[in-house]
Design a protein around this ligand. Structure first.
Ligand SMILES: Cc1ncc(COP(=O)(O)O)c(C=O)c1O
Length: 451
């Protein structure tokens, strides 16, 4: 047996005496050596670093749990997976296999959903930019088009008249929910009568079937109450349509926006202590609907466009230490191989970051920088970490939402993404980019080409 202790480089740590500070005493989080029982080291050996890791079991568990919470409070619930949150085909496939429809905000996302075999009538087409070509496709494939503005409405009327076909439409409604600044740039306003004006114009058209009402009041919503207000306003609009036109809409759609447990930069307490639970969101939404008098047979289907809260905690980013250094004022800095180009949410989240191997007990405050030669590439201004050596790994948690859609190819190539399957096996779900892959889109003008 090797009795020799592992060398650990010395550090100087300031000693504080007296009471704990208001944040409590310093804590050391245990190392995260495995993700879903698969050793981090093995993942890196096989797939390289940095590496995104998604958990199939985690997604299924979240989806089942959220659906149960909503279904125990309201009889007709349908989830539609928000593609922009994470549109990796493998991830969407898991959500679809759990019964989710698709919620898309562009022709690109619409086509992705169709390629995965989602039928048009299970696609909710949101967003302010729907060109005529995409509208024609969505109308003829029977998708649910959520109209954002009057110009889009006029396009749809024009197309349905031209092709002599009918379209299933809903309107996106924006409103005052007591959360400011208001999200009023999308859809038609409730309070000033714009939404009612749009409804009147739609029901007057023989080729338009008004099938639903939609709102998405914001993202990472810190108060559940806002949803109760939104649900009540949408449900009252639903009943007004019924009374005025004798039209029974199929659904009301309350959008997404439920906060995940990722802590925002500037948030004092950890997110799990601050943000509403899913039960609170579900209570608020369903209470808002029940606030409006309607018979059980009149009640519309409730659609939720689920996003970050269902996927954030199922994604991880493994990264390796490139170097340790001291800044000119003596502060410790660590450079890792994952930058803000792939961890885009690093701009607004304080992710949970754990070391991936056993380490010593000495800890020191550090700044974590990414590998980019850009001053903005800072993953964390300040974090307490044990000593780390070159080649050691860190696991950045809550990297499942918006990173692999908002990431950008900048300075370096984007890495592999794997999924740990429910049976413990590991599958590559997106290949790392290569130079050829990037350059195949470029053309060199004749005169610059080497003969
Ligand atoms: C229309 C719409 N629905 C759903 C979502 C999902 O939101 P979140 O990830 O905040 O739940 C978004 C994202 O902004 C959205 O724009």
């Amino acid at each position: 047996m090797d009795l020799k202790k592992k060398y650990e480089r010395p550090v100087i740590t300031k000693n504080y005496s007296g009471l704990m500070n208001k944040m409590g005493s310093a804590t050391l989080t245990p190392p995260k050596t495995e993700i879903c029982s698969v050793p981090v080291k093995r993942l890196v050996e096989q797939y390289g670093s940095p590496l995104f890791v998604m958990s199939e079991a985690g997604i299924r568990q979240n989806q089942k749990n959220f659906l149960r919470i909503f279904k125990t409070r309201y009889p007709k619930v349908q989830f539609a997976w928000s593609y922009k949150t994470n549109y990796l085909s493998a991830v969407c496939s898991v959500f679809h296999s759990e019964g989710s429809w698709a919620e898309v905000v562009s022709e690109f996302e619409y086509d992705r959903a169709r390629k995965l075999g989602i039928k048009g009538n299970q696609i909710i087409f949101n967003g302010p930019d729907k060109n005529r070509q995409s509208l024609k496709k969505a109308i003829s494939e029977n998708s649910k088009i959520h109209i954002d503005h009057f110009d889009e409405l006029f396009d749809i009327i024009d197309i349905t008249n031209e092709l002599d076909i009918s379209a299933d439409v809903a309107i996106r409604v924006n409103m005052d929910t007591g959360v400011y600044p208001k999200w009023d740039r999308f859809g038609f306003n409730f309070e000033n009568g714009e939404a009612w004006n749009a409804i009147k114009r739609i029901v007057a058209q023989k080729n338009l079937n008004l099938v639903g009402l939609h709102t998405h009041i914001g993202t990472y919503m810190m108060t559940a109450d806002a949803y109760r207000i939104a649900a009540k306003k949408l449900a009252s609009l639903f009943m007004d349509i019924k009374k005025e036109y004798d039209i029974q809409l199929e659904y009301i759609d309350l959008g997404g926006g439920f906060a995940s447990h990722n802590t925002l930069i500037g948030q004092y307490l950890p997110a799990e202590e601050l943000v509403p639970s899913i039960e609170q969101y579900a209570d608020a939404i369903t209470s808002g609907i029940y606030d409006v008098q309607m018979r059980p047979d009149e009640m519309p289907m409730l659609i939720l466009e689920t996003g970050r809260a269902l996927v954030d905690n199922t994604g991880y980013l493994i990264s390796s230490v490139i170097a340790n250094k001291r800044l000119s004022d003596g502060r410790r800095a660590i450079i890792i191989d994952a930058g803000v180009n792939i961890l885009f949410t690093g701009f607004w989240y304080k992710h949970k970051i754990s070391v991936a191997q056993d380490s010593g007990y000495h800890t020191e405050e550090a700044t974590i920088y990414g590998p980019l030669c850009m001053n903005i590439d800072c993953i964390r201004e300040s974090i307490i970490l044990p000593t780390l050596n070159r080649g050691d790994q860190l696991v950045i948690e809550y990297a499942g939402a918006y990173d692999v859609t908002q990431w950008m190819q900048f300075i370096t190539l984007r890495p592999n993404i794997v999924m740990i399957m429910s049976d413990g096996s590991v599958e590559l779900i997106r290949k790392a980019e290569s130079l050829d892959y990037i350059m195949q889109q470029e053309l060199i003008p004749e005169k610059f080409q080497k003969k």
